[in-house]
Design a protein around this ligand. Structure first.
Ligand code: AQP
Length: 328
């Protein structure tokens, strides 16, 4: 049994990309491994958040974990902010991180592009992410393709620490799904689907009403052709929609192509796709509403935080000891 750590930022409403690329895998992993799933609300602060919205988004992400099938009797579910060791180890690792390493991060480049005032937290985000992972000495980290670079830095920091202060951290491995690792935006297939996008039409939120989902797919940008064909190079938009279709149904790419053969255009395909996605999300939405109404959420989060703190506090104690930090 391996130890698994992962999480999502509460920087918006979870999207279909978050679900296909990450959350769905969490549910599978909890049966085979000891899993720690956090809501990364400290990470969410790296871009400006309105307090009431941040609170709602944080509760919503946690409730969606449960609604999607994460079972708190198998996995620990907690808020990053509830385990103070995240911020503590985050700082200690920041002191070992080089400016050049952080400057190379594509997420930082993307999120800071064209902005005048860029928060330092956005820059040091990967050191905090390294702390999230190394606190639990996690072996496996389920992430989408976009987080690969951050995980590589986590591995480098763990190796650096171990070399300088003696063997301490487990070197984590990424666990990236072979398909669905990168779902692209509905408005622009060159950008990944993101929950913090200012254009709600670019993403399907896991909690979008069925009619909203239908409308968003009907307006999804496509090329001007008529052929439903998987060709990411020449038809990136349709290829992204086919990927979503196969991820939310039993059909393979070839079967989807065959179903819409004959150059009939994209109308029926998009309509069917919307139904496939609605069918996938509706049971989760129903369960979500039950969880929010039941008031069970805080209890689950308190229990998860307690379990996480047990491990995290032992790690920080050891790290401080090795770094020469006095702990009277
Ligand atoms: N479009 C995507 N396709 C597949 N996987 C994705 N993930 C995110 N977007 C896609 C995976 O979801 C997990 C949670 O990510 P996160 O919340 O930590 O931050 P992120 O990767 O930056 O996700 P977003 O939705 O794009 O958030 P914002 O807009 O706040 O930056 C990760 O495992 C990620 O790989």
């Amino acid at each position: 049994m391996k130890r698994v750590l992962s999480g999502m930022q509460s920087s918006g409403r979870l999207t279909l990309g978050n679900y296909i690329g990450a959350l769905r895998n969490y549910v599978k992993l909890q049966d085979e491994h000891k899993c720690y799933f956090m809501v990364a609300n400290l990470h969410a602060l790296t871009v400006p958040q309105e307090p009431a919205a941040l609170k709602e988004q944080t509760e919503s992400v946690a409730a969606l974990y449960l609604a999607a099938g994460i079972d708190p009797s198998k996995a620990s579910i907690f808020l990053q902010s509830s385990v103070k060791e995240h911020a503590e180890l985050g700082w200690l690792l920041t002191t070992l991180t080089y400016m050049g390493e952080l400057e190379r991060m594509t997420q930082f480049k993307d999120k800071s592009a064209g902005k005048d005032s860029i928060g330092v937290g956005l820059f040091t985000y990967p050191s905090l992410m390294a702390a999230d992972i190394l606190l639990y000495n996690a072996d496996l980290i389920p992430v989408g393709d976009d987080q690969k670079q951050h995980l590589e830095l986590t591995r480098d920091l763990a190796l650096r620490f171990n070399k300088r202060f003696g063997d301490t951290f487990t070197i984590p491995q990424p666990y990236i799904p072979e398909v669905g690792a990168r779902i692209m935006g509905l408005d622009d297939a060159s950008k990944k689907m993101s929950k913090s996008s200012p254009n709600p039409g670019s993403f399907i939120a896991m909690l979008d009403e069925p009619d909203v989902i239908r409308k968003k797919f009907s307006r999804a940008v496509t090329d001007s052709g008529r052929e439903v064909k998987y060709d990411p190079q020449n038809k990136p938009e349709i290829s992204n929609l086919i990927s979503i279709y196969t991820q939310c149904s039993e059909l393979t790419v070839a079967q989807v192509e065959a179903k819409y053969e004959g150059g009939q255009g994209y109308g029926t395909f998009k309509k069917d796709l919307a139904e496939v996605v609605v069918a996938q999300l509706e049971p989760i939405q129903t369960r979500y509403r039950e969880i929010r109404e039941s008031g069970e959420l805080y209890e689950v989060l308190r229990k998860g935080a307690q379990e996480a703190t047990e491990l995290a506090s032992a790690t920080v104690r050891e790290v401080k000891e090795k770094m020469g930090i006095v702990q009277p």
